[in-house]
Design a protein around this ligand. Structure first.
Ligand code: SF4
Length: 275
C-alpha cells in the first residue's frame, strides 16, 4: 500500500526527503508499470468505480482465503460454507469498496454465478492443498540486503513444503512463460521474504490461475526458485521503484496498458514539472 510510502513524518515536500516505511512487490510493480498511474492510485488516492473483473477477483480471493483458513484451523471447509464465504464477500465488497461498474442487475448476477462456479472448480481440483498449509495470507516484513527499506508482502498461501502460492483470477488460460515473466517481482519477493524470515528456500514459486471461462478451469504455473542473479535483478527493480517514489518521478508511460487505465483524463492533463 502506498500508505507505506507516504505515511511518514515528512520534512519539506510531502514525499521527498524521507524513505518509505517499506516497499511491497505490488507497489513496485505498479510504479514500474506506469509511475503516473501509481501516483493517481496510491499517492493522490483518486477513487474510481471498481471494475467488474477486479470486484469478482477480490471476492474469489476472499472465499479461497476463508477456505484455506478453515482448513488450517480444522473448521468447516465444505463447498456450501465456502460458497457462503464468496457470497458474503461479494456483497460486502460492493458496499465497502464499490460502486462496481455493473451495466445492470443481469451482469451483476452473471458475475456472481461466475464467481461461484470458479470457486467450486477450485475446491474440486487437484490444486487444493492435500496437507495442512503452513500459513494463510501471512504478512511478512523483512530487511533484505541491498534494499534501503524493508520488503513487505502478504503471501496468499504457504503450502506444507513451504511453496508460496499466489492466486490469480483470469479470463483466459495463462501462458506459463509470460506468467512467470509478468509476476517475477512478486514471486521472487516471496522467496526473499521466506528466506529472510525462516531461512528456507522454497522448492518452487507457484501461481494458481482460476480461469473464469464458462466451464472454469484451474491452472498451476510453477517456477524454479530464483538464483542469486535473479534475486539481484528483483532487488534492483525494487530499488528503482523506491528511488523513483522518493524522488517523486511520476510521469506517463504510454503503452498497451493505457487501454484499461481509468486515469486517462487525468493523464492528459499531466505537464512536466521544472525541477
Ligand atoms: S493512460 Fe497510460 S500513461 Fe496515462 S496514467 Fe494511465 S497507464 Fe499511465
Amino acid at each position: 500500500m502506498i500508505h507505506s510510502v507516504v505515511d511518514q513524518p515528512a520534512t519539506g515536500s510531502p514525499v521527498a526527503d524521507f524513505l518509505p516505511a517499506y516497499i511491497s512487490p505490488s507497489a513496485a510493480k505498479s510504479y514500474l508499470g506506469c509511475s503516473l498511474r501509481f501516483y493517481f492510485e496510491r499517492v493522490a488516492c483518486i477513487k474510481k468505480p471498481t471494475t467488474v473483473a477486479l470486484h469478482l477477483g477480490k471476492a474469489v480471493h476472499e472465499a479461497l482465503q476463508g477456505f484455506h483458513l478453515a482448513r488450517w484451523r480444522g473448521t468447516d471447509d465444505s463447498p456450501v460454507a465456502v460458497a457462503e464465504m464468496f457470497d458474503t464477500a461479494f456483497t460486502r465488497l460492493e458496499t465497502v469498496e464499490g460502486p462496481v461498474k455493473f451495466k445492470d442487475e443481469t451482469e451483476r448476477l452473471e458475475s456472481r454465478q461466475s464467481g461461484l462456479r470458479v470457486v467450486a472448480a477450485y475446491l474440486d481440483s487437484d490444486e487444493v492443498p492435500k496437507e495442512k498449509p503452513r500459513a494463510v495470507e501471512v504478512p511478512l516484513n523483512e530487511k533484505i540486503p541491498g534494499l534501503p527499506v524493508p520488503l513487505n508482502g502478504a503471501v496468499d498461501l504457504v503450502e506444507h513444503d513451504y511453496t508460496p502460492v499466489d492466486y490469480k483470477s483470469s479470463a483466459t488460460k495463462a501462458n506459463p512463460d509470460q506468467a512467470a515473466f509478468d509476476h517475477e517481482i512478486q514471486l521472487v519477493s516471496y522467496q526473499l521474504l521466506l528466506e529472510a524470515a525462516i531461512g528456507i528456500t522454497p522448492k518452487s514459486l507457484d501461481l494458481v490461475y482460476l480461469v473464469k471461462t464458462k466451464t472454469p478451469s484451474i491452472q498451476r504455473v510453477s517456477l524454479k526458485p530464483a538464483s542469486k542473479v535473479r534475486k539481484d535483478r528483483v532487488v534492483g527493480l525494487l530499488n528503482t521503484a523506491v528511488d523513483g517514489i522518493v524522488a517523486e518521478r511520476f510521469h506517463p508511460s504510454p503503452g498497451m496498458h493505457c487501454s484499461w487505465c481509468q486515469f486517462r483524463n487525468e493523464c492528459m492533463r499531466w505537464k512536466p514539472e521544472k525541477r
